[in-house]
Design a protein around this ligand. Structure first.
Ligand SMILES: [Zn+2]
Length: 230
């Protein structure tokens, strides 16, 4: 893994909050250089701890001990200052607006190596490795349905559920909230964010049978994992 220092001024203190989340993004800009420039522009007030180019080059932008400004207005499992408690990684990709395309193997390989190091350094449980769209479902679509969440989970990064029983439509909202999604976001948006991460073959915000079963499988595994830890 090739790491290049590209410091961003857009950072401040975590205020004593410990790191317990990893949030993944795409840059959503026409070029990698434009994205790197913006992430270092004081006027833009955005940054990430790392940005990974499509060729696998890793840019280190903000020290992990500091708060980077990547998540914006967001929520997960009762918390709103997601930046204070997370490591943020940007993947260079034009995104849905400028020509969304698959993440190359070199980029995902570098991400996998980097995430392994981060997970060694911080107490981040698998179910708190999330996408920007998970923590801001009303505003964000990144890293999107082309992101290989299942492959990453197979490499030990994140959580990938086996399908469970159909919990019924009425169970969707409470189960999504139980995992961590914002209860104040319209259900269709949370369902779409959940699909983008865990059932990417169809992201339409409709809680169909397969989506419901995937969610119940996730919650069943989550309950086992969390009760085993307490
Ligand atoms: Zn993002």
């Amino acid at each position: 893994m090739k790491i290049i220092e590209r410091p961003s001024p857009n950072q401040d203190t975590r205020g004593g909050v410990g790191v317990d989340m990893l949030v993944l993004h795409y840059t959503g800009m026409t070029s990698g250089e434009a994205a790197l420039a913006r992430l270092c522009d004081p006027a833009a007030k955005v940054s990430a701890h790392y940005t990974i180019d499509e060729d696998g080059t890793v840019y280190a932008m903000v020290p992990e001990a500091q708060r980077a400004w990547h998540a914006g207005l967001s929520f997960w499992a009762g918390a709103r200052d997601i930046n204070a408690r997370s490591i943020g990684i940007e993947l260079i990709n034009p995104g849905h607006e400028f020509g969304y395309r698959p993440f190359p193997d070199a980029q995902i390989g570098a991400l996998t190596a980097l995430c392994r190091q981060i997970l060694d350094r911080h107490a981040i449980v698998p179910w708190r490795v999330l996408g920007h769209s998970d923590v801001a479902p009303a505003r964000k679509d990144d890293p999107g349905e082309l992101f290989p969440w299942a492959g990453l989970a197979a490499a030990g990064i994140g959580f990938w559920p086996a399908p469970g029983d159909d919990p019924g439509e009425a169970a969707m909202a409470p189960l999504l909230m139980r995992y961590g999604y914002d209860p104040d976001v319209p259900l269709e948006k949370s369902v779409a964010a959940f699909q983008r991460h865990f059932r990417p073959s169809c992201v339409d915000g409709m809680a169909d049978r397969e989506t419901r079963g995937t969610l119940s499988g996730l919650i069943a595994a989550y309950d086992v994992a969390t009760s085993a830890r307490t």
